[in-house]
Design a protein. Sequence first.
Length: 293
Amino acid sequence: MAPSYKFSVVQLATEEDRGERLNVGLVVFNDDRLDVRVGKRLEKVRAISGAVEPDDVRRALDGMSTLDGKLRDTGAELSERLKFLSKLGPLTLSRLGVFEAEGASTYEARVASILKTLVDAEPAPLRSKEKRSKLLTQMKRIFRDERVLAKRDEDLSSHRIVPRYEVAEGLTADLVLKNGAYHVVETVDASGDESTFRKAVSEIGVAALVLERARMKFGDETSARLVYEASADLERLAMPSLEAAAHQGATLVNWASAQDRSKFVQHLSSLATPVEQKSKRAERSRRTGPTFI
């Protein structure tokens, strides 16, 4: 069995009243050290805080390994180390995730995949055009047949599933439903012949960031789902990226699985308010008669 490694995403947090977070790095808890990886685009920190410089964040990240070594020397357990490292000024750590890797090359590939998916993703250019995929089209058709897809002039107050809802500038969620809590759905369709591993990983990274920004907009109680469809081989290759998205709080739905698909459609449909059928509206009008002003 391949060795397993626990990891956490390093986030830069602003003031609590704004609730903004930016993924800036990754730490992997190895047996003898803390492996710290810095994100490629630290200049992004200026977008959420003018008081923090990229070099300050880099120094704080570089110092984590030394601090963790001192904690290990005192006999601190992993949970204690995680708690302490989560209080380094504006930096905090996400909850732990796990990946498996056999050998150094596989380890590096897993780490690179997590970084690409959760830290280094650049989504804005990819969201400028409306997403058109067989998977998303099929999903919308099913929800329309269930009478729970919002009409063009309806918004979240309809308590129906709204397509293409903007959660941040340049970031649009595929489907959003508000019914007490918010339910946000992102899709990744890697089923076509033109789909490649790199393209799939890139789309998973964008989807993970959209779902994270949705939680920032709607609150931590937001229900996030990543629905994907891929060949068995591509799913196996992309699984580290999918697991990284799940680590961030997304529920994975394999559209190729009849059980996953049925459970997802039934659950989301049950939460939405269906469009009233014309026959029922006509019957109610017939019983109540015309309305005069």
